[in-house]
Design a protein around this ligand. Sequence first.
Ligand code: SF4
Length: 297
Amino acid sequence: MRIGIPRGLLFYKYYPFITTFFKELGCEIVLSPETDKEILNLGSKYSVDEACLPIKVFHGHVAYLRNKCDIIFLPRVMQLRKREYICPKFCGLPEMVINNIPNMPKTINFPIYAFSQKSLKKWAVKTGFLFTKNYLKIQQCFIDALSVQKNFLPGINDTDYELKVALVGHPYNIYDNFVNMELVSKLHKIGVGVITEEYIEEDFIDKEVKTLFKRPFWTFTRNSYGFSSYVGINKKVEGIIYLSSFACGTDSVTIEFIKDRLPKFPILVLKIDEHTGEAGFDTRIEAFVDMLQRRAL
Ligand code: SF4
């Protein structure tokens, strides 16, 4: 069976698990290409205007795949950590996509609770039974997929740059080079190194999150706040670039938390949507880096 896997949202962080699991179940993987103009146009065409850019881009990937496979994987990611959630748009993602895009094939959209191996296994067993009745085989596919995922370290941690910034934001903004207009390469070209949240130990992030008056409800807020706060307070970088999408509910709160924690620390917030002009985007980055360089003198 050909299974379509959209290259969007948390694919960037969890593709080793997903592709290994389905491949070992015997599926032929049909992956959508890297985001480009065609994918973005499809996404804008089929999703509601109010949706954030990553959700539109995800629609584009699904629309691209719908005639090329027998079934499409629509990840309804509910939880990655206990007592925290992702974003309401992830919970309702399959409904949005199925109702917005015509002529959809069948989909896999069981809720994914990935806060423990046991909870994730429930998803794997349910999903695996769509392809085989052999429980032991499903179990082995799950174990193999987990092991591939464990050996995968996403993220960036540049070491050979005098000036370094923390790049904060959702993985689908940071690692999709079309939507972020090659931000990391642009920074490298002007002599700026980057570190992302994956390179900060979980304990340090947890410690910083405790400085909030209330534990965050959203995992993205926990990660972005904890990471920014740690690198800012401990002066691990010269500045922070927060890459956000217009209409992102969690970011609107998270950015304020970070500014409140680091009132004097240089922070640049870059908001992106499908209309963001590259020239203005570049000018803001260059002006920010120029300011960082002057401060360093
Ligand atoms: S967290 Fe923000 S950017 Fe991500 S899907 Fe939700 S609203 Fe969109």
